[in-house]
Design a protein around this ligand. Sequence first.
Ligand code: CP
Length: 316
Amino acid sequence: MKHFTSVHDLGKLDEALAEAFEIKQDRYRYAELGRNRTLLMVFFNSSLRTRLSTQKAALNLGMNVIVLDVNQGAWKLETERGVVMDGDKPEHLLEAIPVMGCYCDVIGVRAFARFENKEDDYSEKTINQFIRYSGRPVFSMEAATRHPLQSFADLITIEEYKERPNPKVVLTWAPHPNALPQAVPNSFAEWMNAMPGYDFVITHPQGYELDPAFTAGARIEYDQRKAFEGADFIYAKNWAAYTGNNYGRVLHRDRSWTVDTEKMSLTNNAFFMHCLPVRRNMIVTDDVIESPRSIVIPEAANREISAQVVLKRLLS
Ligand code: CP
């Protein structure tokens, strides 16, 4: 594997899952693979889970790790070509990226959608510049349109917890005070659609339709209660509008979409999932996230495993 930005880079999912469970049995089995190799993690946006789990995965493989928070202590970076750099940005990304490549063997990048220009976001401008100019294998630690390390961890978790071979998995929109990118739901949709036999349903209010390039193959159900009926897994997430002139906007914060105990009672005793961080009593009630069927912590723990499979493949 040369780079990792989506499910399409991973090849056969059953083989990737087998690798994940092998690593989970003994996460130090490949502790020599990364010896004298350096991972550089570049963050344009904040993180708790991605930062810690990816670093831990690299350490399990024997790698050295450097972390760069672009907005804290590094020079402010210009990203556009042709700009007269007489403002507050002393360095251009087009020099900074190859320089970063000089100091490492693998680069992880986190660069969210900025909601300034839909085309820039959906062409994955930032991570593609790293792929083009760093000269190193690059992997996404959440880009503008996808969060594949999260989705891989989600899939590992579903495979661990499923109680029947072909589970019904429901991705539900839920309210949030801020405008959040579509990366997690886009990516989750791609990974669920790639699993043969999964019954995958997306439910959201009118106006929150996602890009069909990611969701094609999923059933869309605008009635959240109907979508929840018989579900084995409820995956909650907020996202801002994608379509037309509403791109990046919060259309409403309808709290009737919050996941609560009464709605969970419509399901097949479903497990509750969320990528975290989560806004309690906006996205999900305290009761649901604290219930025995909430698997948000094991889901987060599996971030170490998904990152380790990806790093192992990039090193190999
Ligand atoms: N789920 C996730 O990516 O968490 P962080 O934003 O804390 O990394």
